[in-house]
Each structure stands twice: as structure tokens, then as C-alpha cells.
Design a binder for this molecule. Structure first.
Ligand code: HEC
Length: 143
């Protein structure tokens, strides 16, 4: 009889312990990914931005660095700052559209106006002073 009581208690305790684990575990469990929602993913997309500075921060600076001075390490990322190759607007525009060696192409991710914005931005910032701005129409012709 005594043994039986012990067994019941042991089960009760084990059940109690499990219920605590059950109650606490979801807080630590990996959360399921949120359901796909185009509205949310466009909102968080690095390519959703419209102005040059924000596009630079979201898309370009990861490789070319926030000061646009580039970096050398696991790869080699040229400086966009004070870069004489930006004198011809077509050069950075085609680089952004088509990619160049280790740089990915962004033609499928940025529209004409966004490419014009980002190219105009880097050509007039970071010690670059090229005033001839590109329009979205110019980019359309380069595609
Ligand atoms: C994934 C990394 C990466 C990202 C993101 C990136 N680039 Fe690049 N970029 C590179 C690499 C690497 C090169 C050098 C390619 C080569 O070997 O000629 C380069 C080259 C360039 C060049 C040519 C520089 C020169 O001196 O020849 C320009 C202009 C440029 N990138 C602009 C941009 C702009 C603007 C953006 C944002 C829209 C951007 N890049 C995003 C990696 C990147």
C-alpha cells in the first residue's frame, strides 16, 4: 500500500514538473516564422527606399562602407569616395544595373528612378562633385 502511494506521488510530481516545463518551454522555443506577407516584406526590403542616401545605407554601404571608402579583407570593395571613375555617370549607372566582377547586379531590384537617385547621390557626396545628374529616363536607356 505504501509503495502504491509513493508511485502515485511520483507520477503526480512528474506531471507537475512537466506542466511547468510545458508552460515555460514556448517562451524559449524557436518562434515559427511569420506567414509570408508581401506588404511586410516590401516594407522591410532594402530595395524599398526611394532616396539616394537611404538606398546607399540600405544597399551599398554593407560592401562599400558607410564612409564609401571601401574595404579590403575577405574581399576587395573599392572606394566610391573621391573616385575619378564616377566622372562619367554611365560608369556607376551600368555598374549598379549590371554588376561588375564581384559586385552583384541590381537591375532587377531597383527601378529606373532608384538607380538614378543612388548614382546621383554617390556622384555628389563623399568628395565627389559631379553635378550632371541622371534622370530615370537616362537609366531606362542604359538598361
Ligand atoms: C555585395 C557587395 C556590394 C554591394 C552591395 C555593392 N557593391 Fe559596388 N562594388 C562591389 C565590388 C566587389 C566592386 C568591385 C568590382 C570590380 O572588381 O571591379 C564594386 C564596384 C563598384 C563601382 C565601381 C568602382 C570602381 O572604382 O571601378 C561602383 C561605382 C559601385 N560599386 C557602386 C555601388 C553602388 C552605388 C551600390 C549600391 C547600389 C553598390 N556598389 C553595392 C561590391 C558591392
Amino acid at each position: 500500500m505504501k509503495k502504491y502511494t509513493f508511485t502515485v506521488r511520483a507520477f503526480a510530481l512528474a506531471g507537475f514538473a512537466l506542466s511547468i516545463v510545458g508552460a515555460v518551454a514556448p517562451l524559449h522555443a524557436d518562434e515559427a516564422p511569420p506567414p509570408f506577407s508581401p506588404r511586410v516584406s516590401v516594407f522591410f526590403s532594402p530595395f524599398a527606399h526611394r532616396d539616394g542616401q537611404t538606398i546607399f545605407r540600405a544597399v551599398c554601404q554593407g560592401c562599400h562602407m558607410p564612409d564609401a571608402k571601401g574595404a579590403t579583407g575577405a574581399g576587395s570593395y573599392p572606394a566610391l569616395a573621391a573616385n575619378p571613375k564616377l566622372a562619367s555617370a554611365a560608369y556607376p549607372a551600368l555598374t549598379v544595373l549590371r554588376g561588375r566582377h564581384g559586385m552583384p547586379a541590381f537591375a532587377d531590384y531597383l527601378d529606373d528612378a532608384q538607380v538614378a537617385e543612388i548614382v546621383n547621390y554617390v556622384r555628389t557626396h563623399f568628395d565627389n562633385h559631379y553635378a550632371d545628374a541622371l534622370s530615370a529616363d537616362d537609366i531606362k536607356k542604359l538598361r
